[in-house]
Ligand binder design. Structure first.
Ligand code: ZN
Length: 70
């Protein structure tokens, strides 16, 4: 599994961290409603440089930036 330096940094970003410039949105955000304490959204991103895929979640119980494929 080899990812570019920007994606390496991305894995360390916090919930409020912005996707790096070559990390593009894939499809529409998934919106989860009705869970405690509130609904949350997940957005998939794909890196144009190395092809790594991330999911950004606003769920407090999840990691903010999850790398799930590289
Ligand atoms: Zn990358």
């Amino acid at each position: 599994m080899k990812i570019c330096p920007q994606c390496e940094e991305q894995t360390k970003k916090t919930r409020n961290g912005k996707p790096h410039e070559d990390l593009k949105r894939v499809e529409a955000p998934r919106i989860f409603k009705g869970t405690k304490p509130r609904g949350y959204t997940e957005q998939d991103y794909c890196c144009l440089v190395c092809g790594a895929k991330f999911t950004h979640s606003t769920n407090k119980n999840d990691l903010s930036w999850t790398l799930w494929q590289a």
